[in-house]
Every structure is written in structure tokens, then in C-alpha cells.
Design a protein around this ligand. Structure first.
Ligand SMILES: Nc1ncnc2c1ncn2[C@@H]1O[C@H](COP(=O)(O)OP(=O)(O)OP(=O)(O)O)[C@@H](O)[C@H]1O
Length: 618
């Protein structure tokens, strides 16, 4: 049952922008639910509109996770860890904005990826009888490696990497839920056990020999295979046969349509022994990946240039349309009511506006010219020139334009829209905080609270409430780097051997995130709710009665250690497709593990109690 009410489910961006929710229905005083995106093993996922977001970031995703009896300590720790996650920024990592507790649910707000997840994409290809080119696979693999490398450097493990957790946004892949499983489960061991999807789980995780960064790499190897072959790297009729294949079977090879080099990378990711398995850092240093990274970097540089140009045009058109609209309003209603003196003042104002408009065009042309020059310069000299130097040039260029503008505006004593815009954008570019939340708050202060009276009047004059007209060009250019630019920076750092990931803005952690989490007790509520959800989902699929029959049979069969062949035969008498019982098998496995972990916890508690008694006695 969804706890949050949808405010309607408009499908397109335009209609979402016109939604004006009642303040009381806002979640955490800022999010309005637009649409339910789906339901995962932890909770329900909604598309929300953030009423306080910066331009272009209105659509976000809210994951609502029922926490039941989460105790206050666990809640505080989960919130603190979520705070850490929100400080991480990488174009290949789904942006984790914030988290909060609302109506007995732990809510996580993340970036929205309109192109859905990789699992959906691969399914579409499968159905259409198509496949991904090696170029595309390699491009996504590089992005994934960069994202995983960034998180591993900060000692954060994913623990549940799978095609469903990888999202697509304008052909950039974004890994979702990094660090989230641990955050929710309270215990990292438990997180691995209960969140890992068997198809992607490493041999060491399945045989309870621990989970480390190499286990994430195994999952990435499985995803690489899936991108090429559109099927799981390790398939089986039931849960246990998949487990056996992963632990004991040989790793698969890519078909001949893919290069030996790509296959070789995949083989090194699917090494059974984690010690022999390649790390993300080493994979990024292989010749094959380095060469591909170079060419992707050049392609991306070209793309950012084109985006800028088209973005600039759109912004100019939007601003021009808005001006015309305002002028019409003034002419229609206000002018008629004015005294001659006021009319004269208006004429002067219009002349000043006209002047400002001309100046604005000149400045924008100049600005674009400079941007193009900088970009050309950048792509020609990428190897030699550091991004910092280029940024300095950009800032200087902007400063020059700003100075020219200020000078030209002074005589009219009417700064006009151009001056304002450049000032605002300029300051946005300089001091924008790196933490997205602070950045958002900052952006708002800059854009709205610094609004001049004149601008406010203009807003009032408009008929319908409107989103503030964006200064796209400037926001994109001086504001936070676009995904492509950020990706270029990360590639550049890796290629230049900057192992610290200098493009990163988040602190590197000396202590693993998992260390803090390890001290927490097991969040049994969360585990139980995960099991309950799984039970509901299988029940729905098989039907209640069949589910119960399959469940009872499998429980007894596992106790009697019946052979897989025998189990399959028995299952085929109960259901049309025995593979549909895969999750029942997994459910039984989870229930057993939960029982074991609860026994262990009770045992540990009893021992701790005994220890205390002994100590106090001695
Ligand atoms: N940031 C996002 N942008 C777009 N769609 C999303 C986003 N996050 C989740 N979704 C969609 O919402 C649905 C549920 O996602 P969720 O991650 O909760 O579950 P899942 O990945 O299907 O399963 P699990 O919880 O086991 O990982 C999926 O269809 C997913 O594609």
C-alpha cells in the first residue's frame, strides 16, 4: 500500500511543471508525488517534483522504505551515513540528494533517470532481436569502472550491483543505491546476504567468505557479460543451481563478435579468487580501456561543445519570448492608465531596455565566441593543458564581459537584464558549494532572494505562475559541471595517473563507511520486511495456493537434501515453469539465514551477559 498520495500522474515534463500542489500535501515541505515508478525489494519508488529545486532539477526520485520498529539509534546512524553519501559526486553515480524520516518511512531522494534502467534497456534489445555494439558496451563499461573506482577509493562498497541498479540518462550510465544496502540493513554482512541478487553474487559472498571491493568487480563482470549477450552470465533453473555454477562452474566467454581484449577484461573480472581478480583501478589502467577512454574523452569534448551552443540558443529564445510577453502586458493595461509624466518615464525605461537588449546580444555573442575558442583550445590541447587553467580563462573571459557590461550600463543608470544575469551567473560559478543541498540553497538565494524589485514587478505582471526563466547558458557554463564534463575530468585524471581522483569533490575516507555500520546491530525489521515483500511478490505471481504447495515441498526437499533433478521433476507437477519457483527457493534460503543470524545474536547477547556477570563477579 503506498503511503504517499500521487498528485496525478502526468507523463510529460511540461505538464509536471504546471502542477501546483497544495502546500499541505508536500512531503518534507517540498516534494510532490507525480507518479509511482515501481516497487523494489526495499520499498516503493516515486517520481517527485521538488518545489525548491534548481532549474532543470525539479524531477527527482523518492524511495520510500518502511522502517517499522527502527530504533532511534539506528535512525540517527542511518541518517548520518546518508549524509555522507550525499557528499559524493560522480557522473556515473546516481546523485543521492538527501534522506529523511516521514510517516514511519525512511525516505531517500535521488536523481531521476528518465531513460530507466539497464535491465529494461537490455530487455528491449532482447525483444527487438538487437544487441549492443562493442563501442557502446565499452563506453558504458568505462563509465561504470570510473564510478566504481571512485566509490572504492572512498571505501564504499555497493554489494548489490546488477543491471536493475544501473540507470541511463542521456547515454550516461549511473549506478544507483551505492552504499544504500548497508545503510538500511544496519549490518554489512547481512546487507550482502539479503540484498545481493544471486545472478551477480561473487563466489566468496555466496560461500560466506567475506565481501570486499573485488566482489563488486565480480558483479560488474556479470553486467559486462549481460550487456554483450543479453542474458545472465550464470543461469540456472533454480537458486541453488545458480549458486553452484557461480561457486564451482567455469566463467563464460563472450561471443566472437566481441574483441579478445574485451573478453579478456571480463575474464579478469570473473576470476573466482578475489585476490587474482582485477580491481577497478587496474582495469582502468589496461591498454584496451586506456585507448578507448582517450577516444571517448574526445567524443565527449565535442558533445559538450554542441550542447552548449544549442543550450545557448534555447535560452536566448526563451528570454526573448518572455520580454515580448511582458511588453505586451505593459502596453495593453498599464500604459492606458498612466499620466503623461509616467508615460514619459516609461518611454525612457523602454529606451534603456532597448539599449540593454542590444548590449546583451553583443555580450552573448562575445561570450559564445569565447566559449567556442576555449573549447577548441581545450580539445586541441587536452593532453597538456590542465582544466584548472582553462577554468581560469573562462572566469577571466566572464569577468571581461561583466566589466564591459557594467561600463556600458552605467550611463543609463539602468542595469537592465543583461547586467543582472551576468552578475548572478558569474557569482554562481565562483562560489557554488559542492554539496548539492547547499548548492541548491545557494542557487535559490542567488536567483530568487537577490531578485530586484523590477524583476518582482515583472513576475507579478504575468498571467500564469511560471518557472523562473533560466539563464541556461550561464548556469550550464559557470555552474556545476555537466555530467559529460565531469566524466571527461575523471577520465583525464585516470589517464594522467592521478589515483586520488582529483576531479572528485568529496572527501576520501580513511575509514571505510562499512566500519561505522559494522558497529550497528542487525536491523531485523528491515530484513523481515524484505522477506515479507519477497513472499508477497512470489505469492502474487504464483497464486497463494500454489505458492504454499511449492514452499512446503521445497522446504522438505531441502531438508531431505533431494537431488536437483528430482526437485525439478516434482516442481514441474506443481507449476508450468519450475524456474518460476526460483524466488521461493531464495526465500527459504533467506529465512534460514535470518533464523541463524537471530540465533547468533541471541547467543552473542547471552555470552556478553555472561561475560559481564563474570567480570562483575571477579
Ligand atoms: N533514480 C531512478 N530513476 C528512474 N527510475 C528509477 C529510479 N530509481 C528506481 N527507478 C525505477 O523504480 C522501480 C523500482 O526500483 P527499485 O530500485 O526500488 O527496485 P528494483 O531495482 O526493481 O529492485 P531492488 O530493490 O531489489 O533493487 C524500477 O523500475 C526502477 O527502474
Amino acid at each position: 500500500m503506498p503511503k504517499f498520495r500521487e498528485l496525478g500522474a502526468p507523463k510529460c515534463r511540461d505538464s509536471l511543471n504546471t502542477t501546483t500542489p497544495d502546500q499541505n500535501s508536500l512531503i518534507a515541505k517540498r516534494y510532490s508525488i507525480q507518479q509511482r515508478l515501481g516497487r523494489g525489494s526495499f520499498g516503493t519508488v516515486y517520481l517527485v517534483r521538488d518545489t525548491k529545486a534548481a532549474f532543470g532539477e525539479h524531477l527527482k526520485v523518492l524511495k520510500e522504505i518502511p522502517v517499522g520498529g527502527l530504533n532511534p539509534n539506528e535512525t540517527v546512524q542511518a541518517t548520518q551515513e546518508a549524509q555522507l553519501l550525499s557528499q559524493l559526486h560522480h557522473p556515473a553515480i546516481l546523485k543521492f540528494y538527501t534522506s529523511f524520516l516521514e510517516r514511519d518511512a525512511f525516505c531517500i531522494i535521488t536523481e531521476y533517470c528518465e531513460d530507466r534502467d539497464l535491465d529494461c534497456k537490455l530487455e528491449e534489445l532482447r525483444v527487438a532481436g538487437q544487441s549492443l555494439s562493442e563501442k557502446q558496451v565499452t563506453e558504458w563499461l568505462i563509465q561504470l569502472l570510473l564510478g566504481v573506482h571512485y566509490m572504492h577509493q572512498r571505501r564504499i562498497l555497493h554489494r548489490d550491483l546488477k543491471a536493475k541498479n544501473i540507470f541511463l540518462k542521456r547515454n550516461i550510465v549511473k549506478i544507483g543505491d551505492f552504499g544504500v544496502s548497508c545503510l538500511l540493513m544496519g549490518s554489512c554482512d547481512l546487507a550482502t546476504t539479503f540484498t545481493g541478487t544471486p545472478y551477480y553474487m561473487s563466489p566468496e559472498a555466496l560461500s560466506h567468505r567475506g565481501y570486499d571491493s573485488k566482489s563488486d568487480i565480480w558483479s560488474l563482470g556479470c553486467i559486462l557479460y549481460e550487456m554483450c549477450c543479453l542474458e545472465h552470465a550464470f543461469e540456472g533453473h533454480n537458486f541453488l543451481s545458480v549458486v553452484m555454477k557461480i561457486v564451482e562452474g567455469s566463467s563464460p566467454c563472450l561471443p566472437d563478435t566481441y574483441s579478445r581484449e574485451l573478453n579478456s577484461i571480463m575474464q579478469s573480472m570473473l576470476e573466482k579468487d578475489p585476490l587474482s581478480r582485477i580491481s577497478a583501478a587496474d582495469a582502468l589502467r589496461t591498454k584496451f580501456i586506456e585507448e578507448n577512454m582517450q577516444s571517448i574523452k574526445h567524443k565527449f569534448s565535442g558533445l559538450t561543445l554542441r550542447d552548449r551552443c544549442s543550450g545557448g540558443n534555447t535560452a536566448q529564445i526563451l528570454r526573448a519570448v518572455r520580454k515580448v510577453h511582458l511588453q505586451t502586458l505593459r502596453e495593453r493595461s498599464e500604459v492606458q492608465k498612466m499620466t503623461p509624466r509616467e508615460r514619459m518615464r516609461l518611454r525612457k525605461l523602454q529606451a534603456a531596455d532597448e539599449e540593454a537588449r542590444k548590449l546583451k546580444l553583443v555580450a552573448e555573442e562575445k561570450y559564445q565566441e569565447n566559449r567556442l575558442r576555449v573549447q577548441e583550445f581545450r580539445s586541441r590541447n587536452f593532453q597538456k593543458v590542465s582544466v584548472d587553467v582553462l577554468n581560469e580563462r573562462e572566469e577571466n573571459t566572464a569577468c571581461q564581459i561583466q566589466q564591459v557590461t557594467a561600463q556600458r550600463n552605467t550611463p543609463t543608470e539602468h542595469p537592465g537584464p543583461m547586467g543582472d544575469q551576468l552578475c548572478t551567473s558569474e557569482s554562481l560559478g565562483h562560489d557554488i558549494p559542492e554539496d548539492p543541498q547547499s548548492a541548491e540553497a545557494y542557487y535559490y538565494e542567488e536567483r530568487f532572494e537577490s531578485c530586484s524589485e523590477e524583476e518582482e514587478e515583472e513576475e507579478e505582471g504575468e498571467e500564469a505562475p511560471e518557472e523562473p526563466v533560466p539563464s541556461d547558458t550561464f548556469h550550464q557554463t559557470f555552474g556545476q559541471d555537466s555530467d559529460l564534463e565531469a566524466m571527461i575530468k575523471h577520465m583525464k585524471n585516470v589517464l594522467e595517473g592521478d589515483s586520488s581522483g582529483a576531479a572528485s569533490v568529496a572527501p576520501e575516507r580513511s575509514e571505510p563507511l562499512t566500519a561505522a555500520q559494522g558497529t550497528r546491530g542487525i536491523n531485523c525489521t528491515m530484513v523481515k520486511s524484505r522477506i515479507q515483500r519477497m513472499r508477497e511478490s512470489v505469492c502474487q505471481r504464483l497464486g497463494g495456493e500454489t505458492f504454499q504447495k511449492v514452499y512446503d515441498y521445497l522446504k522438505q526437499a531441502r531438508d531431505r537434501s533431494e537431488s536437483e533433478g528430482h526437485i525439478r521433476e516434482a516442481l514441474s507437477r506443481l507449476v508450468d515453469r519450475p524456474s518460476d519457483c526460483f524466488e521461493v527457493d531464495q526465500l527459504l534460503y533467506y529465512e534460514e539465514l535470518l533464523q541463524d543470524s537471530q540465533n547468533t545474536t541471541c547467543f552473542d547477547k547471552a555470552q556478553a551477559g555472561a561475560g559481564l556477570t563474570e567480570q562483575s563477579g571477579s
